[in-house]
Design a protein around this ligand. Structure first.
Ligand code: HEC
Ligand code: HEC
Length: 497
């Protein structure tokens, strides 16, 4: 969808306030484009699925990257994200229905295998604009017993904009932490006694790391990330380290589409992650070799180059002033301690690769391949800084760390990470990025909060002090804070539906 919108950008860029002139010719053209797109989508759904078949291996992707053909790469990815997948590509779990019968949807997922709860990525990521969030009625029902609503974990779909930059940030933070890890190991070996160093990266505090002279590590004081020191910035729990792993899982748990990369990776735990069907058709839907790893890499590439959300303060001078005050209040009451306004990306090449199986790997230079708006220095006022001033500023309002937000937001069970890195306790959540916030209601991991103010009220645990400070604000300041948060939005596009 976004591709077509961008394609028609000239006529759809209605950033300017309401004009006196009617927009009839443009609107007509937009409607015509929309009809064309719909017709294409329907044809694809009933006929062959070009995108999924075109990228059977990684060759097409590597070639597009080699040619620096970012537009085609984007268009292919956009189609893969939007396309209504036909059954014959292997949609679904369980025994294949008789020819001509639809697969029965199973909105409540069965454990880690998922369900069949949609036939396109777009189905859950469209609210507030293309590649947006889920609505209140689309909460996904993850890791249940396949039947009962109450057995599942309810999760709200976040928007998927700007995630390439989040990936880069995660890799940079990780590289900084890795340097400390090597340093403390070397120190302990050189001095012959256990050594401890603070784990810090871009001013963020990840606890402390202790090494013993024999090279052993004590990670019990590591905080905000798993003991393996990987930064996992995706999913409400901080589940996935990168977009390829996430897309590969999404294809399985929402559509029952299994990549050969996935089948290779979980061969030893097939019953849990893939299904108990015969080899090569573990989900027993009658279709073998459903995907290579290339589709997940394509989807990841698409997600990586999507534009970033923006900050659009109100234009009315009085409101603009209040919004600026709100931004200061955001820092004063302690929101910015977790929702860190800006982090910086120094290295802008993003590597996207499958974890196992047929290897597919590409590297995207985001400074060139990403869509506008890209992160850039605008006049957002002074930020508290840690001396790191180089690189692209990414105004995502997160620290990419996990925090304990207390019993009221807790789930009964911990979430087991799919890559063997342990589990995340029930009350612990990744600091949700706040960019794009204004367009992504409902809020919190399960969408329980209808408004931003409600979301703040639910904060407890490590965020209780900030919540209390918010409650204690003079009415004017509280309004200013909410006004500022309402400016965290995205560039406007007009969609014709
Ligand atoms: C049935 C609804 C649904 C469908 C279909 C769906 N998603 Fe999601 N998506 C979700 C939910 C819910 C989450 C949050 C999951 C969690 O962390 O518990 C999510 C999370 C994500 C995230 C992480 C965003 C972030 O900031 O953490 C990305 C990226 C994403 N989905 C991409 C995709 C792709 C690609 C597809 C298609 C292959 C897809 N989604 C299909 C519901 C859906
Ligand atoms: C201790 C860290 C911490 C502090 C301090 C904190 N937050 Fe959060 N915030 C989080 C985490 C973690 C989540 C995700 C919770 C969830 O998904 O259930 C979150 C979620 C949110 C959300 C929901 C976003 C969405 O898209 O669903 C909003 C809004 C928000 N915080 C605003 C604030 C404001 C405003 C403040 C200051 C009054 C604040 N937060 C202070 C950690 C924090």
């Amino acid at each position: 969808m976004a591709g077509r919108v961008v394609g028609a950008a000239a006529l759809l860029a209605l950033a300017a306030p309401a004009r006196a002139q009617p927009l009839d010719p443009q609107a007509d053209e937009a409607v015509a484009l929309y009809r064309l797109a719909r017709a294409e989508a329907l044809r694809r759904a009933t006929d062959v699925n070009e995108v999924f078949e075109l990228v059977v291996g990684g060759g097409v992707l590597a070639e597009l990257v080699g040619r620096r053909d970012w537009d085609t790469l984007f268009t292919l990815g956009d189609e893969a994200f939007d396309v209504e997948l036909p059954r014959r590509v292997g949609l679904g779990q369980g025994a294949a229905p008789p020819p001509g019968q639809p697969h029965r949807p199973a909105p409540v997922h069965l454990g880690e295998r998922g369900g069949l709860d949609a036939s396109s990525c777009r189905a859950c990521h469209f609210s507030g604009g293309p590649d947006g969030a889920g609505t209140a009625t689309q909460v996904a029902l993850l890791r249940g017993d396949g039947l009962a609503l109450a057995s599942a974990t309810r999760r709200d779909a976040p928007h998927v904009m700007g995630l390439g930059w989040i990936s880069l940030l995660a890799r940079e933070l990780e590289a900084d932490l890795d340097r400390t890890r090597r340093l403390v190991i070397a120190d302990a070996a050189a001095l012959g006694t256990p050594q401890t160093l603070p784990l810090r990266a871009q001013g963020l505090d990840f606890g402390r790391l202790t090494a013993t002279p024999d090279g052993g590590l004590d990670t019990s004081e590591v905080s905000g990330i798993s003991p393996d020191l990987r930064v996992r910035p995706f999913g409400h729990k901080g589940r996935h380290p990168d977009l390829v792993a996430l897309a590969d899982e999404a294809l399985q748990i929402h559509f029952g589409l299994q990549s050969s990369a996935r089948v290779a990776r979980y061969a030893g735990e097939a019953a849990t992650y893939l299904g108990a069907g015969p080899a090569f058709d573990e989900d027993a839907d009658g279709v073998q070799a459903e995907l290579t790893g290339a589709q997940a890499v394509l989807l990841a590439a698409y997600l990586a180059v999507l534009p970033t959300p923006v900050i659009r303060p109100p234009t009315d001078p009085r409101l603009a002033l209040a919004s600026a005050r709100g931004r200061a209040v955001f820092g004063e009451v302690g929101c910015a301690a977790c929702h860190v306004p800006v982090l910086r990306v120094r290295q802008t090449d993003l590597r996207l690769a499958t974890a196992a199986g047929e290897p597919v790997e590409i590297t995207l230079p985001l400074a060139e391949a990403a869509r506008f708006p890209r992160p850039r220095q605008l006049d957002f006022g002074a930020e508290p800084d840690d001396g790191v001033q180089v690189g692209h500023p990414v105004f995502a309002f997160t620290d990419l760390r996990r925090h304990d937000l207390g019993p009221e937001l807790a789930e009964p069970a911990p979430e087991v990470l799919p890559d063997g890195a342990g589990a995340v306790p029930g009350s612990v959540w990744l600091t949700r990025s706040l960019w794009g916030l204004a367009d992504t209601a409902p809020y919190l991991h399960d969408g329980r909060a209808r408004t931003v103010a409600e979301a703040i009220e639910w904060h407890g645990g490590e965020a209780a002090a900030a919540r209390d400070a918010f409650r204690a604000l003079p009415a004017d300041d509280a309004r200013s804070l909410l006004l500022f948060l309402a400016s965290l939005t995205r560039e406007p596009v007009v969609l014709v539906e």
